[in-house]
Design a protein around this ligand. Structure first.
Ligand code: NAD
Length: 476
């Protein structure tokens, strides 16, 4: 399924030549220009069977290697990603739409190398739980077997690494199923990584939902790492039940940010902006609802509008741009209809909300909406695009109640000059991560996971590594 390489790719065209079929395949278009990027292979459930069989056969040999050997190979994989970073970033930009610059394509490829390297460096020694005259009990983590990894289209390379790096590090083998919207990015990344890994540890199957469904029911898949929508996560829970698969589910969010009255508007405004608009808002743990105290409401609205005006949006390969298009028409339609509903309700448009359709590409303007009701669909639903509703509050209890009022809880943030006051508010918020004076700042050393319908299980850090292992007690 995958080909070994030994040399670096100078351009995205060379990468594409290595991963695309000579004829046939599914057309992948650049969401910024509408131009054809390439034809992606269309793998089937028969290809999935072949990949799972090969991954299963390779797994015991991989598990038999030491942690140190597996770490060395992950570090080599990080080197390979870095050696091909620019070609990978250009391809990612053309397929996903995100600009090269800003917290986008080059940033994403850099994060892939960082996550591989950090995951390679973790120690996972057995824990001695009891050691007394009555005996000894140790906690070990064994590999699970073959891990199925199913990913979304917003951060296709980075999220694939979040799944494959800890899985491989623990001695599992991996079958990855990228989103049908962004297969090329993941095929290219895996091609580069496989240039340094032993054969058959890591497979990528470029297929549709049927392949995802087949992974979730397959008897020879021991664990699923899934990142995507809550609806699909629920479908995977149901379809994986018969085989009692282990699941890590990173699902949808609709993150709240609460700005306390003492916040330093000038100091925080750029970070608030990027907390919301990173990857043009197509980020699970992006700030999607901003609750601002009435004392500084107008000041922050004005400051955010000024920052938004200074952030160019356009074709990703243009070095000037830091915001890009929506990745696909369906996502564009969701954002456009939710913003329109907000405008129709009488909410105040600070900027945006008026798309000009005179160019190809799914560009939706950076949109800030003030004086909006908390029950408006733009607030209550995950819009996953470049729009931010800003809700005024006067009482912190109301703000916390509004932040906790939805059935999702991935991330959240509190903004204040007073860290203790912010931490006290953070403790009341129902979310897997609460950041203070920042939002969405994930770190490969720090566990990350959702509360409520945003999923379960943890990724990152030693805790995340443990989720790719079978705990085993040895008692004697
Ligand atoms: P999606 O659920 O539509 O698709 C994700 C993947 O699941 C795709 O590869 C798809 O082919 C596959 N799939 C679809 N139906 C399936 C099924 N029945 N069984 C198995 N696999 C199936 O999600 P998306 O639109 O690609 O991504 C956007 C969503 O992902 C948003 O809700 C976003 O919040 C969420 N997300 C969450 C995180 C996180 O860490 N929590 C990160 C990124 C994105």
């Amino acid at each position: 399924m995958t080909t070994q390489i030994t040399s670096s790719f100078a351009t995205d065209a060379e990468l594409l030549a290595a991963i695309t079929p000579n004829s046939g395949g599914r057309e992948i278009f650049d969401p910024a220009t509408g131009a054809l990027v390439a034809l992606a292979p269309e793998h089937t459930t028969a290809d999935l069977e072949t990949a799972i069989t090969a991954a299963r056969a390779a797994q015991p040999g991989w598990a038999a290697r030491s942690h140190a050997e597996r770490s060395d190979l992950l570090n080599l994989a990080a080197d390979a990603v870095e050696a091909n970073a620019e070609a990978l970033a250009v391809l990612l930009s053309r397929e996903q739409g995100k600009p090269l610059n800003g917290p986008n394509a080059r940033f994403e490829v850099g994060a892939c190398a960082a996550w591989l390297r950090t995951t390679a460096g973790f120690e996972l020694e057995p824990e001695v739980l009891v050691d007394d005259e009555g005996g000894k009990a140790e906690l070990h983590y064994r590999p699970l077997g073959v891990v199925g990894a199913i990913g979304p289209w917003n951060w296709p390379m980075m999220i694939s690494v979040w799944q494959l790096a800890p899985a491989l590090r623990m001695g599992n083998t991996v079958v990855l199923k990228p989103s049908e919207y962004t297969p090329l990015s993941v095929l290219a990344l895996v091609h580069v990584i496989n240039s340094v890994l032993p054969k058959d540890l890591l497979h990528v199957i470029s297929g549709g939902r049927d392949v995802g469904e087949a992974i979730s029911t397959h008897a020879d898949i021991n664990k699923i790492m899934f990142t995507g929508s809550t609806a699909t996560g629920k479908a995977i829970i149901r379809s994986s039940a018969d085989s009692v698969k282990r699941l890590t589910l990173e699902l949808g969010g609709n993150d709240a940010g609460i700005v306390l009255p003492d916040a330093d508007v000038k100091a925080i405004v750029t970070d608030v902006f990027w907390g919301a608009f990173i990857n043009t808002g197509q980020t699970c743990a992006a700030l999607k609802r901003l609750y601002v105290h009435e004392d500084i409401y107008e000041e922050l609205c004005t400051a955010l509008t000024e920052v938004a005006a200074a952030m160019p949006m356009g074709v990703g390969l243009d070095e000037a741009n830091v915001l890009g298009p929506l990745q696909n028409q369906a996502q564009y339609n969701i954002v456009a209809s939710l913003v329109q509903a907000a405008v129709d309700s009488g909410a105040r448009v600070l900027t945006g909300a008026n798309p000009v359709n005179d160019q190809p590409g799914f560009f939706y303007p950076t949109t800030l909406i003030a004086d909006i009701d908390n029950n408006n669909p733009l607030v209550a639903q995950e819009q996953f695009g470049p729009a931010l509703p800003i809700i005024k509050y006067s009482n912190i209890d109301d703000a916390v109640a509004m932040a906790n009022g939805l059935d999702v809880g991935l991330g959240a943030s509190v903004w204040s000059r007073d860290k203790d006051a912010a931490r006290a508010v953070a403790a009341r918020i129902e979310a897997g991560t609460v950041w203070i004076n920042k939002h969405g700042a994930v770190d490969p050393r720090v566990p990350f996971g959702g509360a409520k319908s945003s999923g379960y299980g943890l990724e990152f850090g030693v805790e995340g590594l443990k989720h790719l292992g079978q705990p085993q007690i040895i008692s004697y």
